[in-house]
Design a protein around this ligand. Structure first.
Ligand code: PEP
Length: 254
């Protein structure tokens, strides 16, 4: 059984005060949740505040939205895995489509970061997904295969099992247009099939694959009830604690 994982990707939003208020509200509803893994992904500037607000609630994990692959050095403006570990961060999102399209991140760059994250015992959430043009041309499987093989190259089976994959069709991110549960399940099944080719069956079965792209309280339950959908990576709807809590509860109820 894979434990579902639901993550709040705040992107470039949330001040320290807003983050603390969000966590206080979240703890009222999810303070003792253990059956679903809940992850908050604040901007770098709010990570310490979120940690402080969580206090002893170690069931809720914190992640970063990006990092550099080098351990330290002259990389002005960058953050390393070691610096994130110093803040007790558990997860890091890598290869988000906004990083790929707006900041030119290739699979090779994502792969360097994924390896650096594992070296520092940070767990990567690796995003893959096709554009609308690629889907319309019938290239979904091809694109997913290239992104997975490129981004996860050289990982040991243990590292692969500890990696979370987020299937995020680019056309569904921040557009209000989610993939149907059937479209998402089909892509997740293909991702697991590809993981089976990259590692053994048991390892592929253990990898959690989140769906991301306009997840809302209204569509969360149906999406997460699909056999290969192991949670959600939530952008816009994660900025409101009530919506986010409803999405987490949808993962629990399905
Ligand atoms: C995301 O940022 O990963 C995302 C899926 O955003 P949204 O939920 O707003 O589509």
């Amino acid at each position: 059984m894979r434990k579902k994982i639901v993550a709040a990707n705040w992107k470039m939003n949330m001040t320290q005060a807003e983050s603390a208020r969000f966590v206080e509200s979240l703890l009222l509803d999810l303070g003792d949740i253990i059956d679903i893994e809940v992850v908050i992904l604040p901007p770098f500037t709010a990570i310490a505040k979120v940690m402080e607000a969580l206090g002893k609630a170690q069931n809720i994990k914190v992640g970063a939205q990006n990092m550099h692959w080098e351990r330290s050095g002259a990389f002005t403006g960058e953050i390393s895995a070691a610096l994130l570990r110093d803040l007790f961060v558990h997860y890091v999102v890598l290869g988000h489509s906004e990083r790929r399209t707006l900041f030119g991140e290739t699979d090779e760059i994502v792969n360097r970061k994924v390896r650096a994250a594992h070296e520092a015992t940070l767990r990567p959430i690796v995003c893959v997904g096709e554009t609308l043009e690629q889907r319309d041309k019938g290239n979904v499987d091809k694109i997913l295969s290239i992104q997975l093989r490129g981004s996860l190259k050289g990982l040991s089976e243990k590292e692969l099992q500890e990696t979370v994959i987020a299937y995020e069709p680019v056309w569904a991110i921040g557009t209000g247009r989610n993939a149907t549960p059937e479209q998402a399940q089909e892509a997740h099944m293909f991702i697991r099939h590809t993981l089976r080719e990259m590692a053994d069956d048991a390892a592929a079965e253990r990898v959690r694959i989140q769906y991301g792209g306009s997840v809302k309280p209204e569509n969360a339950r149906e999406l997460m009830s699909q056999p290969d959908i192991d949670g959600a990576l939530v952008g816009g709807a994660s900025l409101d604690p009530r919506s986010f809590v409803q999405i987490v509860k949808a993962a629990r109820d399905e």
